[in-house]
Design a protein around this ligand. Sequence first.
Ligand SMILES: [Fe+2]
Length: 184
Amino acid sequence: MTTLTVFADTDPQTPLLHTDDFDAIQAELAAIGVPLQRWTASEQLAPDASSETVLKAYEGSVAALNAKYGFQSVDVMGMHPDHPQAGEARQKFLAEHVHHDFEIRFFVDGAGVFYIRKNGKVYMTECTAGDLIELPAHTTHWFDMGPRPLFKAIRFFTQPEGWVGHFTGDAIATRFPAYAGAAA
Ligand SMILES: [Fe+2]
């Protein structure tokens, strides 16, 4: 289930808001310039569906988004707990960073958390299957896929270097609750 927990960026102990109401989450994120929407697959996807099958199932939605942004490439990536690089993958974007391009991700399956820092608050956004989130360029954030990462996502790129992380050097991510993984 998609959830949002909002904290003051100086107080990781006391949530100002916690909700699993999708409309409320969408409104909170819209207010900080982060679009969140839900996509529906045109067919039921098997857990081991190929990238081609996944992209086909979301063809209309991907095409509409592509018409808006003009992506250079769209791909599907997945992570699972037994992947040899699971720990390394988790570490990669676990510290606060920005990108010079927007980061747009669609969760086909599984879950992960974007921590978005904006206007003195941290928006801990747990994205789950069906969620499309768009972080505008230069949005300060970090991403936690949890200690046993499990997700499949469609990634969209407008520049080859779009997803290079520029780290802020702020250790804020270490002060906030890590993602334990999706609730069973
Ligand atoms: Fe990022």
